[in-house]
Design a protein around this ligand. Structure first.
Ligand code: ADP
Ligand code: ZN
Length: 619
């Protein structure tokens, strides 16, 4: 053991147990705060690497680290992962049988554990607290710390009682971890846990490995299928607003030969758990879910998240889409929306008490504005959380990737749309306006004699989807506004009149026609696949699945995808070389190394492939 405030142990432990050679942003600072016994609040997005912030220092310090966690399902995974890496860890919660609890108590008494995951209600229970207070406790980590705040989205009353920690363990550090970005929740965490002049570390909310794209929904199933085809054999989540759509989408996709399972609050606990477990353990690749799904899921290799309908707010979107690519490898987030979705949410919101409604509408407006936006998606999200990006994302969103072109004469196009709305008497919505501009033979258009307008068919050559998209853009840029109600009408704003007079110019974009092939090539050109033999990767995945099933673990507890890709890239032939793969720590190398090396050797021999390639700079 090292002196408490000596941080030199950190890189060594990180490499020895986890097989990583560098820290993710702020991890080192967060770990140092733990070693220096200074209270801390660490805010990082999902996938930022929060767990290691307390797990690594726990191995550098004497005594037992307590980890308070609200989710029993996550505790088991964390403990399994730690044990697989050779770290003495245990969980203590209501799922344990009496004899298992007794074993844990013995382990606490004899000081054989380094990390104890514990449910909050168990921790604040008198005798348990007495037992722990009589032991050498290194520090307390409070995971998902936003659960302490009523302002957060997942308030848990038992978390409030954690204030007792500071009284009981007055001399040790208390460290709180959350992915929640709002300032109000952060302040609440500090107050509720009585943190003493904590070090506050807030990471960037950007997730550079995620690719965002947004499209209007024209044909839900066809659009989803197009995305699924890019992700064969990969895990993903499809979100819907209603239980009904969740069920329907899942069964339609199953009829098309995909294997999906639904998840929503209307199902029995048993069925929900069954589907969640199948997803975690890779028995089913795709889950179709309402927002009820996600909290208990730590799956690192979710490669795509599709919102088949509008998310409830940008906060929700950030959180739900953030479940993709936790392992840092590339992942795709696609949002399909229609203006009608906002109305669906409004109905959900209007069922709530009146005083909550106003607060709920604003987030809905923000997410709609985000969808209709014409700027880098990464930048727009980060800005929403009060942070800045130095540059646009490059090619990790539909806008920057150049899926859209600027319209050549946006002022003329804008004027055409606005003058049609004016000539229609400002008494119609977006769908109707698009029909007039397109020159549709729709009954209502003909009955209103709007085929006589000079703007009828003036955008005949554009697709209806493009016209709707331009109207959205004019709304976001405040040239137009909508009246409230179920069937909102389009009205021209003061700024809109300036556009009609030619005094201002909007920024309008349109979707490029991209051949499908090109999209697929883009995906496969991803850096993290560089030099990876994909077939070998698949074989290693089979082996992993087999080993995981024998042990009743989710596959990623054996090795992460990051590790398997490195193995399929470097094709090591001995244990020392295997340790060069990212995410291969010493203990796992000893437990499983030979099996993976045999698989690699076998594969290379059959195909006369070079073994033992030189590592290049880690990306
Ligand atoms: P969070 O709890 O913040 O969502 P996790 O602790 O689950 O994040 O970590 C997310 C992923 O990042 C995991 O797959 C983990 O193995 C990986 N990871 C954590 N720290 C590092 C590191 N220093 N280098 C590489 N990968 C890391
Ligand atoms: Zn971008």
């Amino acid at each position: 053991m090292t002196l408490p405030n000596d941080t030199r142990c950190l890189p060594r432990i990180l490499h020895q147990y986890w097989g990583f050679r560098s820290f993710l942003p702020l991890q080192y600072e967060a770990m140092s705060a733990v070693l220096h016994e200074r209270d801390s609040l660490v805010v990082m997005p999902t996938g930022g690497g929060k767990s290691l912030c307390y797990q690594v220092p726990a191995l550098c310090l004497d005594g037992l680290a307590l980890v308070v966690s609200p989710l029993i399902s996550l505790m088991k995974d964390q403990v399994d992962s730690l044990r697989a890496s050779g770290i003495p860890a245990a969980q203590w919660n209501s799922t344990l049988a009496p004899h298992e609890s007794r074993t844990v108590i013995d382990q606490i008494r004899t000081g054989t554990l380094k990390l104890l995951y514990i449910a909050p209600e168990r921790l604040v229970n008198g005798p348990v607290l007495d037992l722990l207070a009589s032991q050498r406790i290194a520090f307390v980590a409070v995971d998902e710390a936003h659960c302490v705040s009523m302002w957060g989205h997942d308030f848990r009353p038992q978390y409030r009682e954690l204030a007792i920690l500071k009284k009981t363990f007055s001399r040790i550090g208390i460290h709180a971890y959350t992915a929640t970005a709002t300032e109000q929740v952060r302040q609440d965490i500090v107050e509720q846990l009585s943190l003493d002049r904590p070090e506050i570390l807030v990471g960037s909310f950007d997730r550079p490995n995620l690719t965002y794209s947004i499209a209007r929904r024209t044909d839900r199933v066809a659009q989803i299928v197009e995305i699924l085809e890019r992700h064969r054999n990969e895990s993903g989540i499809i979100y819907c607003i209603s239980r009904k759509n969740t069920e329907e989408t899942s069964s339609l996709l199953n009829n098309l030969g995909y294997q999906t399972a639904p998840y929503h609050a209307g199902m029995s606990d048993e069925d929900r758990l069954k589907n969640q477990e199948s997803f975690r353990e890779d028995r089913i690749r795709i889950i179709v879910a309402t927002i009820a799904f996600g909290m208990g899921i730590d799956k690192p290799d979710v490669r795509f998240v599709i919102h088949s309908e509008l998310p409830k707010s940008l906060e929700h979107y950030q959180q739900e889409s953030g479940r993709a690519g936790r392992d840092g490898l590339e992942a795709e987030c696609v949002l399909l929306y229609s203006e009608r979705d906002a109305y669906l949410w409004k109905r959900v919101i209007e069922d709530q008490p009146a005083e909550n409604q106003q607060a709920a509408f604003q987030p809905l407006k923000s997410i709609l504005a985000y969808c209709r936006g014409t700027r880098c998606r990464h930048r727009a999200i980060v800005q929403h959380f009060g942070q800045k990006l130095d540059a646009d994302c490059g090619n990790h969103c539909d806008i920057c990737r150049g899926d859209y072109d600027a319209v050549p004469d946006p002022d003329i196009l804008g004027q055409k749309i606005l003058s049609s709305i004016y000539r229609q008497g400002q008494r119609f919505g977006a769908a109707y306006t698009a029909k007039v501009l397109k020159g549709s033979h729709d009954q209502q258009v003909l009955a209103n004699r709007h085929d006589q307008l000079t703007t009828y068919g003036i955008l005949r050559d554009a697709s209806t989807a493009s016209i709707r998209h331009w109207i959205d853009q004019l709304l976001t840029q405040a040239f137009l506004e909508k009246t409230p109600g179920e069937y909102p009408l389009l009205r021209i704003t003061d700024l809109g009149w300036q556009l009609l007079r030619g005094e201002v110019t909007p920024k309008l974009i349109q979707l490029k026609e991209i051949p499908k092939r090109q999209i697929q090539q883009r995906q496969s050109a991803a850096d993290s696949w560089d030099g990876v033999d994909r077939r070998l990767f698949e074989e290693l995945r089979f082996l992993r699945l087999d080993l995981a099933r024998q042990r009743n673990w989710p596959p990623y507890v054996v090795f992460s995808d990051v590790a398997l890709r490195d193995m399929a890239r470097l094709r090591p032939s001995n244990l020392d070389q295997l340790l060069n793969c990212r995410g291969v720590g010493q203990k796992k190398c000893e437990s499983f190394g030979r099996l993976f090396l045999d698989c690699i050797a076998d594969y290379c021999r059959k195909r006369h492939l070079e073994i033992n390639r030189q590592p290049t700079e880690p990306r």
